[in-house]
Design a protein around this ligand. Structure first.
Ligand SMILES: Cc1cc2nc3c(=O)[nH]c(=O)nc-3n(C[C@H](O)[C@H](O)[C@H](O)COP(=O)(O)OP(=O)(O)OC[C@H]3O[C@@H](n4cnc5c(N)ncnc54)[C@H](O)[C@@H]3O)c2cc1C
Length: 451
């Protein structure tokens, strides 16, 4: 069997690894139109010094030894499903050719959107999509000529950028169309705290607002960001307002949804036989919302990749869906979220109820109560069935792993009663007799007069 994999980050890499373990005799051709990020492939499986950031550890050399043909700086420009054929363009030689396939897995990902307003092509307006962008951001943060930074979009990436520049002593302004930062991930109880942290660190929050233009100087460099509510000085603008799928080249080849995402079924098959698609260019089954939606996460791309490969020869393994779990640390807090928030529930028209619970939890090996940390937790559930639909946790110490339990609880249709009495350990210094998750479950039962 000859399999072509398109895209060489999370989805593409995982597909290649899965192919290698499930179909070791398959001929695999792996295409990436840019450079292959050295952090995507590892140095060596046996190298103890391996960069901890490398995703798995299979080096390009090891891949080649396993019979995987790796083509970097080589773009697939067209898929012709009826002929089981692709068109290939080498960006190194300019040469084009055709390759046939038995199966093809598309993981072309997405690119950051730029707001279509006057001045959006000025210098020093950038986006964050790959490692080079992160390296560039670090350089900018050390550049004394950059004093004013405007971040447009207060999601994970925008807030991450705001933190970097705020710590570097820049004047940071965060503009967002929503009235709260991180509003897709956390509810108001928690974003209020982060919002306060941002303002305490002298960041300006321009929320419930939109950018209408960028203004530049004679050298074509951005100097100001004009918004509906005011104008902000800017030597650098970071745009993080969302993504658009890299699928223009697939038009007419496979069915695309109105927003350009590739339409797939529960087996990761596209509209065309033997063409599979995964990752940020697709939608994913979102269990708590009982719907499919775009959730751009590496975790989703990787799980989809495994399922695409498992379904390659026979559609036997429906994708189990995700809860959209994510985590982050910013401004002294570590937080994680899974499933529905109030905002997502409203958008999907789903009735929810919630409880918000705060407690001190012991986090060190000491019996001293000085070593407690304060943890804040919000539980979302279905008011009719009492099934758990979401959870958010935040504290200064790392309590984010609790969210794994809530993610599984959502997937397993656990109720608040099951959570209230779930068997979580007690050990002085490590956990309280009733874990914060138990407590939220108990509180929800009380709220429902079912305690
Ligand atoms: C700054 C940042 C931080 C993030 N942090 C996290 C995190 O902490 N946790 C998490 O879960 N997710 C995180 N994400 C999201 C995660 O990176 C993406 O969800 C993931 O990379 C998606 O993988 P993908 O394979 O679908 O696509 P992409 O990563 O977008 O990769 C697609 C690849 O395909 C190539 N390609 C496209 N078209 C073609 C073609 N025609 N021919 C050849 N090659 C092609 C592209 O050049 C690209 O390299 C982060 C994203 C960003 C931008």
């Amino acid at each position: 069997m000859k399999v072509i994999v398109v895209g060489a980050t999370h989805g593409g890499y995982e597909a290649v690894e899965a192919l290698q373990s499930i179909y070791p005799d398959a001929e695999v051709q792996w295409y990436e139109k840019g450079d292959i990020d050295p952090l995507v492939v590892g140095n060596s499986k046996n190298d103890a010094e391996k960069d901890i950031h490398s995703i798995r550890g299979m080096s390009l050399e090891e891949m080649k030894q396993c019979g995987i043909y790796v083509f970097d700086n080589t773009e697939i420009t067209k898929v012709e499903p009826d002929k089981h054929q692709v068109e290939v363009l080498s960006h190194v030689t300019g040469k084009t050719w055709r390759e046939t396939y038995d199966k093809i897995i598309l993981s072309p990902g997405a690119h950051p959107s730029l707001q279509s307003v006057p001045g959006n092509d000025l210098k020093n307006i950038g986006t964050m999509s790959n490692r080079q962008d992160i390296v560039r951001m670090k350089k900018h943060s050390e550049d004394p000529a950059i004093k004013n930074v405007v971040v447009v979009g207060a999601g994970h990436i925008g807030i991450g950028a705001a933190q970097v520049f705020s710590e570097a002593g820049k004047n940071v302004t965060v503009v967002d169309i929503n009235d709260r930062p991180l509003s897709r991930y956390l509810d108001k109880e928690l974003t209020d705290i982060l919002q306060q942290e941002l303002t305490d660190r002298n960041a300006t929050l321009a929320l419930d607002n939109i950018v209408t233009a960028f203004v530049g100087d004679d050298h074509g460099r951005v100097t100001e960001v004009v918004t509906k509510k005011g104008t902000y000085p800017a030597d650098l603008v970071i745009m993080s307002i969302g993504n658009r799928p890299n699928t223009a080249w697939l038009e007419g080849a496979v069915e695309l949804l109105p927003d350009g995402l590739i339409k797939t079924d529960e087996y990761l098959r596209t509209s065309e036989p033997d063409v599979f698609a995964i990752g940020d260019a697709t939608t994913v089954q979102y269990n708590p919302g009982q719907t499919t939606m775009s959730i751009a996460l590496a975790t989703n791309a990787r799980r989809q990749a495994r399922y695409a490969v498992r379904n390659l020869e026979e559609a036997k393994h429906p994708f189990p869906g995700v809860q959209g779990s994510s985590a982050m640390q910013a401004f002294g807090y570590k937080f994680a979220t899974t499933g529905l928030t109030e905002k997502i529930a409203r958008r999907l028209g789903i009735q929810i109820k919630s409880v918000y619970w705060e407690q001190d939890t012991l986090i060190t090996h000491s019996f001293s109560t000085d070593n407690k940390t304060h943890v804040m937790f919000k539980l979302i559930y279905d008011p009719k069935t009492l099934e758990i639909l979401g959870g958010q946790i935040m504290s200064e110490e790392d309590m984010t792993a609790h969210i794994h339990a809530i993610s599984i609880a959502i997937q397993a249709h656990f109720t608040v009663e099951q959570l209230a009495y779930a068997d979580f350990f007690f050990q002085p210094g490590l956990n309280t007799p009733w874990n914060v998750l138990n407590m939220a479950g108990l509180k929800a039962l009380q709220q429902e007069n079912r305690a």
